[in-house]
Unconditional design. Structure first.
Ligand code: SF4
Length: 369
């Protein structure tokens, strides 16, 4: 089944590492943006150029930006409209990204009303000094309070984002974050390595910070993977860990090259092999900007690259069926070399990255394809 992504490009402040399309907006703009989202969901006027008018889905993801800066009424309007339009079954996974600093207390009744059943919290670290370095305002106590609030209200499918490579982060401080995560009994963790993007505050003020170097960051990643696996999380994707049965159904569609429709400024779609997106321009979206065709997606290289992000890896027989003999032969020839170095598991028909391989995934995948 398909997935739907709705982008909310608003945040109350800008984090020093962020290069996403997000900014603080005015109330009037927010209202007009929600109206434009609802209109596009109802009519599929623009995405309909590439997607069928009847598009059924079983996952909905409200991402950003910070969707939790919106009012409960607006969130409900968007979700209700999407559920109706995309004929979403009651078992659908409906996720919203939230900042723990947001007015979650006020939003929870609306989450329950419209059926939001998964919350992804941008925690980043349980160490308050690290959170402050990342421009995050809420403290560890607040994060624990939000998790308890969600659980007390029946939303126990909670994902925490944590970051590796934060300025001044050490193995000891990461252990503090991991202990916190594990003690909170959440179902899912996304652990991202901090990348300093051009033009961000971290990029232009590098000298002010003590960033862990590449080796130290690798150690942090290994520590993270080991601690979470010891706590019964499965490392099901390079950056993602879940208690069995709580893998992100929506994000899995991206890695499995399934269809997803993105609505809103800066939202990307992949439908029936075609990629298209809305420009990063809220006013443009409100004023009816069309989607931009971004070429055909889902070619063989992309298929291999995405499959190898997953713990379950790549089935060579399947690859052969879809893309023919040549790529399968190439992989079969190259894989034993990586196996010798302990970077991949390979039995002749199945290829997956080892833990060590996950750390070097970009170069291994580049070599293989
Ligand atoms: S909350 Fe997320 S989207 Fe908003 S500025 Fe921070 S990193 Fe960027």
């Amino acid at each position: 089944m398909n997935g739907i992504y709705i982008h909310i490009p608003f945040c109350n402040s800008k984090c020093p590492y962020c290069d996403f399309y997000s900014y603080r907006c005015k109330e009037d703009e927010r209202r007009r943006y929600v109206d434009a989202l609802i209109d596009e969901i109802k009519t599929l006027r623009r995405v309909g150029e590439f997607a069928p008018k009847t598009f059924e889905a079983d996952t909905l993801y409200l991402g950003g930006g910070t969707p939790s800066v919106m009012s409960g009424e607006d969130i409900c309007r968007i979700v209700e409209e999407a559920k109706l339009k995309f004929n979403m079954p009651p078992t659908s996974e409906i996720t919203i990204e939230c900042n723990p600093n947001s007015h979650i207390e006020d939003l929870i009744p609306y989450f329950k009303k419209c059926g939001i059943n998964r919350v992804s919290l941008g925690m980043q670290s349980a160490v308050d000094t690290e959170r402050r370095a990342l421009g995050r305002q809420s403290d560890k106590k607040r994060i624990a309070e939000v998790i308890k609030l969600l659980k007390d209200n029946g939303i126990d499918n909670i994902s925490l984002d944590i970051m590796l490579g934060i300025p001044s982060q050490t193995k000891e401080s990461l252990k503090e974050t991991l202990d916190f995560v594990i003690n909170c009994n959440v179902k899912h963790v996304s652990a991202y390595i901090l990348k300093i993007e051009d033009g961000t505050f971290f990029d232009t003020h590098r000298e002010r910070y003590l960033f862990p170097d590449e080796n130290e960051t690798c150690d942090l990643y290994s520590l993270c993977a080991e601690a979470l696996e010891n706590a019964d999380f499965t490392h099901y994707e390079i950056s993602n860990f879940a208690i069995e049965g709580y893998e992100s159904r929506h994000n899995t569609k991206y890695w499995e090259l399934e269809n997803y429709l993105g609505i809103g400024a800066a939202a990307h779609s992949f439908v029936d092999g075609k990629r298209f997106y809305f420009e990063s321009d809220t006013e443009g979206f409100i004023n009816g900007n069309k989607v931009i065709f971004d070429g055909n997606g889902g070619d063989c290289d992309e298929y291999i690259m995405l499959k190898l992000r997953l713990k379950k890896g790549l089935d060579i027989g399947e690859l052969k069926k879809i893309y023919g003999e040549a790529p399968a032969e190439k992989i079969t020839k190259k894989a034993p070399l990586f196996k010798e170095q302990g970077l991949v598991n390979f039995d002749g028909n199945h290829l997956s990255l080892t833990k060590k391989g996950f750390l070097l995934s970009n170069s291994i995948i580049a070599e293989l394809i």
